[in-house]
Design a protein around this ligand. Structure first.
Ligand code: SF4
Length: 308
């Protein structure tokens, strides 16, 4: 949950999640849709799918207990090099080289590694390996992370207060903020799309997104796969009397920004349902487990006043 997300944002989700599914066995037996709904609003939904897959592997292959070696942890869904090393070192007391963003910064500075990120990652890992002790490597890793978070900050590191100042090449260079160097980021592409509000008798038509791709498996408004051209042209999911609202929702994903137009229609009573989906009472949309993008869209429609 904490990947790319702050402790403040995660707290309540973590409490509820671990109360609902207190161990691997309980999570492994959970319904996918319930887990996705519990994650709704936290973003980066691949994490929810991975933690579920991971629980199922842990139950099927490891009798419901996490394996203790870095190599075995690395094979589990959703566990990458950082997490595997952190679990092995901190939870199981094994020697492992733990490198998160804070450690990357401290080590780049200690050794004045001038190659830019991300190309410098192998050099940083090798440098961290060279100073990681054989015992208590978990404590060492946490101390380095804390040093990065509290003293060796991105801007204005507090070198006079730093216990590693005596060994720090970047401080000696007089410009520690120059490390780590970064390759400039490319601008995020802008995509456009349409969402469709189909309403009947106090209910809204919701669909479940495909099992693969962005927001996979989440409940959502029907949309056009966000392939609309910049002029807003798009193909609605069903033939209907569409009325485009004068509102637009913007949302930023990891790899692109999205501008979403919204079209609304009143679905005739007695007509067949508009495809695969579910009629959801407007009054309890907050319980539908919708991801943030579609919550924003719904709020925009409700605030727009008269709609169908
Ligand atoms: S001396 Fe300064 S730059 Fe070097 S590790 Fe400490 S806080 Fe960071």
């Amino acid at each position: 949950m904490l990947q790319q997300t702050t402790v403040a944002a995660v707290g309540a989700y973590f409490q509820k999640f671990t109360q609902t599914w207190p161990d691997f066995a309980a999570l492994a037996a959970a319904d996918d849709a319930d887990v996705m709904a519990a994650w709704a609003g936290l973003g980066y939904y691949a994490r929810a799918r991975n933690v579920l897959k991971c629980a199922r592997v842990v139950v099927a292959e490891y009798e419901g207990r996490l394996p203790q070696t870095e190599a075995a942890l690395l094979k589990l869904p959703g566990i990458g090099p950082y997490t595997a090393a952190a679990i092995a070192a901190i939870a199981f007391g094994q020697r492992a080289v733990v490198v998160d963003a804070n450690v990357e910064r401290v080590v780049s500075r200690l050794f004045a590694i001038s190659a830019p990120l991300p190309q410098s990652k192998p050099l940083i890992r090798a440098a961290m390996d060279s100073i990681t002790p054989d015992t208590q490597s978990g404590d060492f890793a946490q101390a380095m992370m804390d040093l990065g978070a509290g003293i060796c900050s991105v801007r204005a590191p507090s070198c006079p207060a730093c216990p590693l100042a005596f060994a720090c090449d970047a401080m000696r260079s007089g410009n520690p903020e120059a490390y780590p160097a970064k390759t400039p980021k490319a601008a995020k592409p802008q995509r456009t799309g349409n969402a469709y509000w189909i309403e009947r008798d106090g209910q809204l038509w919701l669909v479940r997104r495909a099992d693969k791709g962005l927001l996979a498996g989440m409940r959502a408004l029907p949309d056009d796969q966000w392939t609309a051209r910049l002029d807003g042209h798009a193909t609605p999911p069903v033939r209907a009397n569409w009325h485009k609202l004068p509102v637009q929702v913007s949302h930023v994903f990891t790899h692109f920004s999205l501008l979403l137009d919204i079209a609304v229609t009143a679905w005739p009573a007695g007509a067949d349902d508009p495809g695969d989906g579910i009629w959801w009472p407007l009054k309890s949309l907050d319980k539908a487990g919708l991801p943030t993008l579609f919550r924003k869209a719904i709020e925009a429609v409700l605030n727009a006043g008269e709609r169908v």
